[in-house]
Ligand binder design. Structure first.
Ligand code: NAD
Ligand code: UD1
Length: 347
């Protein structure tokens, strides 16, 4: 279990993409255990208001620069002044459909941005990076649950950028024995901070299930489209491994002070069990008290029937274990939506 006393070493941590969904929640947990935090984010999908709320939740200061991670001068300035001891690297683009339509943008921002970041780290002799990867690197399951030994075969440009960056980080760690790279392969991050102050705010129509359900419940969308009810799952709808964003954030904290981690480590970060679309809808209805109207549509292109994580390596190597269940996920998501019907707008 992650408790304050487990994390004794305080570090200066640079968080790229810290104004985004997972980054802002991770900043809260970093500050809660006493680390110093500096965020670099170009706000293409993040919110400065989220950082202000992080300060409010934690009652701690955090520094912020609005810059693109491909801006070498901006990065050098941060490394020279803040002198981070570790980097948690969230910054990047994440829309699968957009990556198919505009692959070069994804290679440029995700891969190019990561190379620029690693170059700045090399120059400044900052030797520790934690990288946000995705279960999407596995591709079609050869067996389930996925463990870290499962072959990788991403099926879209977004997933390919993630795998390329993993490999680049691996090569970077081989150059110098002091370097350390930890790759976290997230499953399906959902939920919000229990204060209701920060959460996920997708721009436009949500692509992902949880924000869509919540927007039907809060009246912003008329009904949920369920993509397929003929899968080989318990009720025919797609099944995923939903992990509470705070459990995910705590996994990052776990990577910083663990000497059990190898110099290059790949870890699955998931809850270790799957939940179908209908199960999630039904739990959300129960928690919110709002009926979620839905319609069945054909399967979404490129979707897998079901996948979930074997997260035991992360539990063994760090004092970490997912503790927040689907009920808690729905409660926290609903609180965030009720308190922020227009997201961070109006700040
Ligand atoms: P997000 O879009 O909310 O956060 C990403 C942040 O990075 C945003 O604040 C954005 O403004 C910033 N950013 C993007 N490009 C940048 C650049 N070139 N320079 C500086 N800042 C830049 O996304 P998230 O859901 O918080 O995801 C964080 C990371 O986790 C991403 O790398 C994503 O690919 C990965 N990931 C997310 C999920 C998920 O479902 N949310 C799943 C697996 C992996
Ligand atoms: C998506 C991304 C994946 C990313 C993951 C993590 C795509 C194609 N894949 O995958 O790269 O790593 O999120 O968050 O975007 N569903 C509906 N109706 C909806 C939305 C979703 O029925 O409006 C169903 C889907 O068919 C799926 C399940 O809900 O069965 C979960 O979908 P989603 O939240 O988009 O996540 P992933 O498909 O796992």
């Amino acid at each position: 279990m992650n408790t304050q006393k487990d994390w004794k070493i305080k570090m200066r941590v640079l968080v790229t993409g810290g104004a985004g969904y997972i980054g802002s929640h991770t900043c809260v947990e970093l500050l809660n255990v006493g680390h110093e935090v500096f965020v670099v984010d170009n706000l293409c999908n993040g919110h400065e208001a989220a950082l202000e709320r992080v300060r409010g939740i934690t009652n701690r200061e955090l520094q912020f620069t609005n810059a693109d991670i491909r801006d070498a001068n901006a990065l050098d300035n941060i490394f020279n002044t803040f002198k981070p001891e570790a980097v948690i690297h969230f910054a990047g683009l994440k829309a699968v459909g957009e990556s198919v339509a505009n692959p070069l943008k994804y290679y440029e921002v995700n891969v190019g941005g990561s190379i620029s970041l690693l170059s700045a780290m090399s120059k400044a002799e900052c030797n520790n990076i934690v990288f946000s990867s995705s279960a999407t690197v596995y591709g079609k399951p050869k067996y389930l649950p996925y463990d870290e030994e499962h072959p990788t075969n991403p099926v879209n440009p977004y997933g390919r950028t993630k795998l390329m960056i993993e490999n680049i980080i691996h090569d970077w760690t081989k150059v110098d024995l002091k370097r350390k790279g930890t790759v976290l392969r997230y499953f399906n991050p959902v939920g919000a901070h229990e204060s209701g102050q920060i959460g996920e705010e997708p721009i436009g129509i949500p692509n992902n299930l949880m924000p869509y359900i919540a927007q039907v419940a809060d009246g912003r969308r008329e009904h949920l489209n369920i993509f397929g009810n003929d899968y080989e799952t318990a009720d025919g709808t797609g099944a995923r491994d939903y992990i509470h964003v705070i459990d995910l954030a705590l996994a990052h904290i776990g990577t910083l002070n663990q000497n059990k981690l190898d110099r290059f480590e790949v870890l699955n970060i998931g809850a270790g069990k799957s939940t179908t679309v209908l199960e999630l809808v039904s739990k959300f209805e129960e928690i919110s008290g709002v009926p979620i109207k839905s319609k069945y549509l054909p399967r979404r292109d490129g979707d897998l029937a079901a996948f979930w994580a074997n997260p035991s390596k992360a539990s063994e190597k760090m004092s970490w274990k997912p503790e927040r269940n689907i009920k808690k996920i729905c409660e926290d998501t609903w609180r965030w939506h009720k308190l922020n019907s227009t997201g961070y707008e109006g700040e």
